[in-house]
Write a protein that binds this ligand. Structure first.
Ligand code: GLA
Length: 395
């Protein structure tokens, strides 16, 4: 494979700082001041999640060091729902004998717990949704002690189908998200509100208006490089819509689920950190390997993701399969991801001057965990196929 050379143009850096001027224009309710970190049941357990599995994840989140690294939310996705009682109150199914006790258990570990529903009559997995029961369901979640709700459009598409125009369909969805926002607010319990409608109708433009603390920007991720790559690299241009309390969500992590190699999972983590994405692990934390644990708990990666300035990064340069993405950090340094989307190794040369640095830089190789000292000339490195060179660069 012929080697390629990579240089960053001043033009793309100028475009990047222009995006920065949009940041901070949205309201926040004090929740999700940093991108939420935690775990979600769907990617690994799908329909097989139950009380024991959730407890095991909470235990493992603590024993693995993930809690201490910043992971907080233990989120139950679809398929927990049972029948409504005579008064219409939603009950969990037999796999969750006592939701309140489960929430208490998770809280006792110093963690928070999340739940899932749909504004439609049915969820994606065809379990009971919240349509017509929004206020009641929000009260139930609060009474159980829930701290996070993922609200997944799915079944509402039945209602949207009868709309005469796309505008009418949009209004049905918009109003449904507002209804649950108000219902959650009325409980008085702080509950992170996660919108899931796959990025339709440019949700990043109106997600804050309906109270979203985060919103999915794409369809579902799967545990394949092609899926993660298509989602992650499609996020260019969305940085200006994210900030403290309101984040773009390119979907949950697949790290550790087995469908990608270590270089690909490092790309996944690095890109999500540059994107200020929620870090919701989607693997079985109770059986993960040391390598998976090390990736999920890498302190430098998490520090980029959770950076106090809350500025999402963006693509700064592209040459064929080689891309540089840059995120401005609060301390004046930048996270720089040099990605190789080609399946074989390529050589990239990074010109730090073109990235906005005026003199020699100090760089840290995040995945190697090594300070690289002072670099005064363009830096050339071999990037593995589907891999990344992830740097923290300062002057
Ligand atoms: C949708 C969502 C997924 C997951 C499933 C559950 O597909 O996008 O993240 O919640 O529903 O049914």
């Amino acid at each position: 494979m012929r080697l390629s050379t990579l240089r960053v143009t001043c033009l793309s850096v100028a475009a990047l700082s222009m995006f920065g001027s949009f940041i901070g224009n949205a309201q926040t309710d004090g929740l999700a001041s940093r991108p939420p970190m935690g775990w979600n049941s769907w990617n690994h357990f799908h329909r097989n999640v139950d009380d024991a599995a959730v407890r095991a994840q909470a235990d493992a989140m603590v024993s693995s060091g993930m809690r201490d690294a910043g992971y907080v939310y233990v989120n139950i996705d679809d398929t927990w729902q049972g029948e409504r009682d005579a008064q219409g109150n939603i009950q969990a199914n037999s796999r969750f004998p006592d939701m309140k006790a489960l929430a208490d258990y998770v809280h006792s570990k110093g963690l928070k717990i999340g739940i899932y529903s749909s504004p439609g009559a049915l969820t994606c997995a065809k379990f009971a949704g919240s349509l017509g029961h929004e206020v009641q369901d929000a009260r139930t979640y609060a009474a159980w002690g829930m701290d996070y709700l993922k609200y997944d459009l799915c079944g509402l598409r039945e209602q949207m189908k009868v709309a005469a125009t796309p505008e009418e369909a949009h209004k049905i969805m918009f109003d449904a998200y507002i209804k649950m926002r108000d219902a959650l607010k009325a409980t008085g319990r702080p509950i992170v509100y996660s919108l899931c409608q796959y990025g339709n109708d440019a949700v990043w433009r109106w997600g804050t208006e309906v109270g979203g603390n985060l919103w999915r920007t794409t369809g579902d991720i799967s545990d394949k490089y092609s899926s993660m790559e298509a989602i992650g690299f499609s996020q260019a241009g969305l940085a200006k819509f994210a900030g403290p309390g309101h984040w773009n969500d390119p979907d949950m992590l697949e790290v550790g689920n087995g469908g990608m190699n270590a270089d690909e999972y490092r790309t996944h983590m690095s890109l999500w950190a540059i994107l200020a994405a929620p870090l919701l692990a989607g693997n079985d934390l109770s059986t993960m390997t040391a390598e998976t644990k090390a990736m999920l708990t890498n302190r430098d990666v998490i520090a980029v993701d959770q950076d106090a300035a809350g500025k999402q990064g963006d693509r700064a340069w592209v040459e064929g399969p080689l891309e540089i993405w840059v995120r401005q950090l609060a301390d004046g340094s930048k996270a720089v991801g040099v990605f190789n989307r080609h399946p074989s190794a390529l050589t990239a040369t990074v010109d730090f001057k073109a990235l906005g640095f005026t003199r020699a830089v100090k760089a840290r190789d995040i995945w190697q965990g090594k300070d690289m000292g002072t670099i005064s000339a363009p830096y050339t490195a071999r990037i593995p196929g589907h891999g990344v060179l992830f740097l923290k660069v300062s002057q």
